[in-house]
Design a binder for this molecule. Structure first.
Ligand SMILES: Cc1cc2nc3c(=O)[nH]c(=O)nc-3n(C[C@H](O)[C@H](O)[C@H](O)COP(=O)(O)O)c2cc1C
Length: 211
C-alpha cells in the first residue's frame, strides 16, 4: 500500500489522524500530574522525550486545541512544577480516560480512580499506582511554528523507582516496571525486553556479512 502527500491530505480526518499518529512506532505512556490553586489534574501524554542528561531535561508536546483550555499547561505555567508517572499494564483503561475533557473543577485523579501521592514536600501530585515517578520543575516552552505546537521543557528534580528495576549501570528495565507503550491515540502495547548491547564502537561492530 502507498500514500502520497496528496493521498494523506485527502484521507477522512479520523483515518488521517490515526495513520499519522501511529506510524512512528511505540511511544512512551505517561500521566502528567499537576495542581492548580484549587484542585489536582491528571492527563495522559505520549510525547515525552529526553532532551539532555546534564542537566536532566525532558520535554513533551502539547497539541493545539483552540476550543478547549489545556489545564495541564495552565497549571505547569502557574505552579512551576509537575510530575511524570509511568502507565503500567494494570491501569491502562483508567489512564486512557484521563484524556476526556473534564471541567476544570473536576479532578481526573478522582474520576479515573487514581490516588494522589505527595512526596519530598513536592507540591505537584504523583500517581501512587505508578512504578516510576518523576518530580519535574518547569524550565521553558518552545513554540514550533510549522506544527503550531508547544514543546514544554522540564528538569528532573526527583526520581522514584523500585531498586530491582535498575541494573548496576543505571539502566531501567521497563518490563520489570510493567510499563506499557502507546500507538496512535487508542492502542496500548505490552513491552518485552529483547536484548542489551554494549556502546557501539566501530572496532566492535560484528561481521554481519558472514553471519
Ligand atoms: C494515548 C493518548 C496520548 C496523548 N498524548 C498527548 C500528548 O502527547 N500531548 C497532548 O497535548 N495531548 C495528548 N493527549 C490528549 C490529552 O490527554 C487530553 O487533551 C487531555 O484532556 C489534556 O488534559 P488537560 O486539559 O487536563 O490538560 C493524549 C491522549 C491520549 C488518549
Amino acid at each position: 500500500m502507498y500514500f502520497s502527500n496528496e493521498d494523506i491530505k485527502n484521507l477522512p480526518r479520523i483515518k488521517r489522524l490515526n495513520l499519522i499518529n501511529s506510524i512512528t512506532g511505540v511511544k512512551p505512556a505517561n500521566l502528567i500530574g499537576t495542581r492548580s490553586n484549587v484542585n489536582s489534574n491528571l492527563a495522559i501524554i505520549s510525547s515525552i522525550v529526553h532532551l539532555s542528561t546534564n542537566p536532566p531535561l525532558l520535554s513533551f508536546m502539547l497539541r493545539p486545541d483552540h476550543k478547549v483550555r489545556r489545564h495541564t499547561y495552565e497549571n505547569i505555567k502557574s505552579e512551576g512544577f509537575f510530575t511524570i508517572n509511568n502507565i503500567t499494564d494494570n491501569f491502562i483503561e483508567q489512564a486512557h480516560y484521563t484524556s476526556a475533557k473534564f471541567d476544570r473543577e473536576v479532578s481526573e485523579f478522582k474520576e479515573c480512580n487514581f490516588t494522589e501521592e505527595y512526596l519530598s514536600d513536592f507540591t505537584s501530585p504523583f500517581v501512587k499506582e505508578s512504578s516510576l515517578k518523576l518530580g519535574m520543575s518547569y524550565v521553558e516552552s518552545v513554540f514550533i511554528k510549522s506544527s503550531n505546537t508547544v514543546m514544554v521543557v522540564g528538569k528532573i528534580e526527583h526520581i522514584y523507582i523500585s531498586e530491582h528495576a535498575i541494573n548496576k549501570d543505571g539502566l531501567v528495565d521497563l518490563e520489570v516496571l510493567k510499563t506499557v507503550g502507546i500507538s496512535g491515540l487508542n492502542s496500548y502495547y505490552k513491552l518485552k525486553k529483547l536484548a542489551d548491547f554494549p556502546y557501539a564502537r566501530v572496532e566492535d561492530v560484528p561481521d554481519f556479512l558472514s553471519k
